[in-house]
Design a protein around this ligand. Structure first.
Ligand SMILES: [Zn+2]
Length: 203
């Protein structure tokens, strides 16, 4: 930030005025635009799902590996969703954990599409490269975002409330959320381009 400071003033704007918003944007990666940001902030995602997906895409959730790195003491650093003595980090929790994989297998069957297992940013890039219409890409990104959100919620419920969330419940929640969101756009011209896919998800 030293280079922004000239003649006793922060010179971020052209006219030399300092704006909190402009320094915030400058601090964010790529001027605030993360790769695949259009999928992360897509209209098919619930706002709270977008936010968690945005954090996970950057591996910024406070997972136990990060807590340890910050010197925060926790009872156990293991994943609480499986009993495999695996360190809880982003890759384990959202990609490798058998709990999350079980959800994803059923969701793939429901979607009729196979998505290679990889970190969230890799998954989003994969979705973006597909020759699907825009609506289908947004729907599949929203499904992935819901999985991320409910996985994080299940992890928190186990740690803070002692409640084990069954994978079947999460699958139903993802389907219910997506059906509701798709219902808001089903009559649009955009939705018409992949109506067969959308109807398969909704009925
Ligand atoms: Zn696990």
């Amino acid at each position: 930030m030293q280079s922004w400071f000239m003649n006793g003033r922060y010179m971020l704007t052209r006219d030399g005025h300092y704006l909190v918003a402009s320094s915030y944007r400058a601090l964010l990666q790529n001027g605030g635009k993360l790769e695949c940001h259009d999928l992360i902030w897509g209209k098919l995602l619930q706002p709270k799902h977008r936010f968690i997906l945005w954090l996970v895409a950057q591996k910024k959730l406070l997972t136990k590996d990060r807590m340890l790195g910050m010197g925060i003491v926790c009872d156990s650093a293991n994943c609480v969703l499986c009993d495999k003595d695996e360190l809880e980090d982003h890759t384990h929790l959202f990609v490798q954990c058998e709990w999350a994989r079980a959800v994803w297998r059923d969701i793939e069957q429901w979607m009729g599409e196979q998505i290679p297992q990889q970190d969230t940013m890799g998954t989003l890039k994969y979705i973006k490269r597909r020759h699907w219409c825009k609506m289908k890409r947004e729907v599949i990104a929203a499904i992935h975002g819901s999985l991320i959100y409910f996985t994080w919620q299940a992890r928190n419920w186990k740690i803070f409330r002692g409640i084990s969330v069954h994978t079947d419940r999460v699958i139903q929640q993802i389907q219910s959320v997506l059906r509701e969101r798709i219902g808001m756009f089903i009559g649009s011209k955009e939705a018409g381009k992949c109506i067969g896919f959308l109807e398969k998800l909704c009925y």
